[in-house]
Structures are given as structure tokens and as C-alpha cells.
Design a protein around this ligand. Sequence first.
Ligand SMILES: *Cc1c(COP(=O)(O)O)cnc(C)c1O
Length: 364
Amino acid sequence: MSDLFDYLNEGISDLHPYEPGRSIEDVIAEYQPEKIVKLASNENPLGPSPKAVEALKIHNDDLHLYPDGDSKKLKSLIAKHESLDVSNIIIGNGSNEVLELAARAFLNKDTSALMSKHAFAVYKIVTQSNGSKIIEVPTIDWRHALNDFSNYIEDSTRVCFVANPNNPTGTYNSHDEFKSMMDSIPSSILVILDLAYFEYVTEQDYVRVNELLEKYSNLLVTKTFSKIQGLASLRIGYGLANKKMIEVLNKIRQPFNSNAIAQDAACLAILDHDHITKSIELNSEQRDYLTIKLNDMGMECIPSHGNFISFKGNFKAEKLFIDLMKEGVIVRPIALYDMPEFIRVTVGTKEENDYFLLKLSQVL
Ligand SMILES: *Cc1c(COP(=O)(O)O)cnc(C)c1O
């Protein structure tokens, strides 16, 4: 007799599910540490914008009403923020949903998708769950080798994923590097440029989004409210592309994919420039501090342009992860990214970072 699960769509049975960072509740239940510091999921240590939190109160009386399925207010604020038209914007239930919509629109069992080795795990999930083949391009010094991407394209390749900066390596690619890659691949391949950590990059030669969107009709840029905006729990992000691409993605999304609280919180967060500036300054300062301290302890850090640092040293990553967790410090082992020797730590406040460094020195 045949089994129901013999008929799963191609790719799904081989799929490795996404493994999120350990939650505070889990770790308290398992280890009862005296204090807990979570530096596992690249969340903003300053929390959400205090102004955005006000959105939670607005909806006390209207939770029975469907949200604005078109996210009009949020899209008009994003349009202003990005100097684009509302027709260039799609709102997602997190930016991950935009990645998934794009994959669903262009990938199937006869296609392939190109991505860098050690790239963000969700690209593999959305590719494989549509039955599509994964093609990985080796990195150079942990950076996306964008110059090499065109050499790996096959006839079946329909989508190319680029995280800039990448998670978990923290490396970034310059505007010129990205542009050369765009020029080297056919315009019939969709390129998704994932800018989840956009605000944290301080380099002058970083990507200039509007110039790229103007030039390339096969480009989809994604951004999120989960990282610097501190709204990860509400699940809201967006995609930017030409009108035709946005229309296609809108056709296949759920009609009410983003909820009213998330939309309003995002509207308030995007206007809170003060909170963003503070978050950028804290991150730059503490990223340097953590890098120096980790180097002093003999660790090797991959130079990071995000709000996290991946490092290796004289330790076994899986064991260090558990030893730190017993002490109440949650970090992330990244063996699933083919980096079994590395630990990824999110840049926290000075106090959180010092607690992590103290516990790290004790468990080593
Ligand atoms: C955290 C992260 C995201 C954010 O996903 P959301 O669905 O918007 O929370 C996207 N891309 C990368 C590379 C990330 O690290």
C-alpha cells in the first residue's frame, strides 16, 4: 500500500526545518540560571521604538475587524522613507514572507536557485519547498563571491538570493560588486537582495538601493522591521521592486497577510529616527568593543557589518553553546550553515556583552 507521505511534493521530505534560537522560557525551564541574556537572534537590544509600542493600545476595541489588506498607510510611509512610489512596495508577514512569495512565483521542480554558501537558511527552505534545486557558490574569505555567480548559472536557474550583509557571516558586498554581478547575469533571472541589516552598515561603498531599482527590472529588494526596528514579534517586512513584479507577488499573497497592530507599529517605528540613530550608534560601538575583547581572548572573528559577530576559537561550538546556556547566556551555534566551528553572538548592550564575555571566559 502506498503511503500518503510518498506523495509529498518534491523537495519537502529532504528539507531541514529552520531551527530558531533557544527562547528565554525554554532556557529558564531547563537550566534555571540566575540571570538570562539572549544574544541568539539578532534582535535589537534596545527593544522596539517606544513610540511604536503605542500601537498596541490603538486596537483595544477593534480586534474583530480585518486589517487593511492593502496596508495603505504603511506603504505610503515606506514610499516616503525609500523615495519610491507605493506601487513599488509589497508588505509581508516578515520579510521572509516576501522571499517565499517570490520563490513560489518563480521556482518549481524544473528550476534551480543560486545562492552563496553560508547564506541565510530561509533561502534553502523556500527553494526546496518549491521542489527547486539549490546551487551554492563558494565564498571567498566568508564573503559572497558575487564575481563568480554568473559561472554557476544553469539554464534552469530562475532566482538568485543575495543577503547583504549576510547572516551568519556578517560580511557585506559593495555597490559596485553587486552591480557587476547584476550586469553579468541574464535579466530573466530574478535577483533578491535581502537587506535585513541595511541600517547597520556604515561603509561608504555600500549598495545604493534606488539606483539599483531604477536600473534593474529583475531586482527585488527586501527589508524588515524585525531587526533594527525591534518589531520581530509582530512579523512585518516589505519588498521593493518595479510595479509589474509587485503586482505578481500581490496576486499570490494572502489577502490579510499583515495584521493591524503590526502595520500601525511599523508606521510609528519608521518615523522614530531617534530610536534608529541610537540603535546604530550602540551597535557600532559595541560591535567594535566585542570584536576587540573576543580577539583579546584569542578568538577569530569574521569582520561583521551587521548586529552580530561569528567567531571561532579553541572550543567545540556545540559544547560552548550548552555551557553558556547553563550560565544563562543564549548564543547560536551555526553548524547548519556549514560553519560547525563557529558561534554567532548578537551585539547587545554594554551590560549584556560584558555578561556574555564574563561567562565565556569562565566556561572556556
Ligand atoms: C533576520 C533576517 C531576516 C528577517 O526576517 P523577517 O521575516 O523579516 O523577520 C531576513 N533576512 C536575513 C538575512 C535575516 O537574518
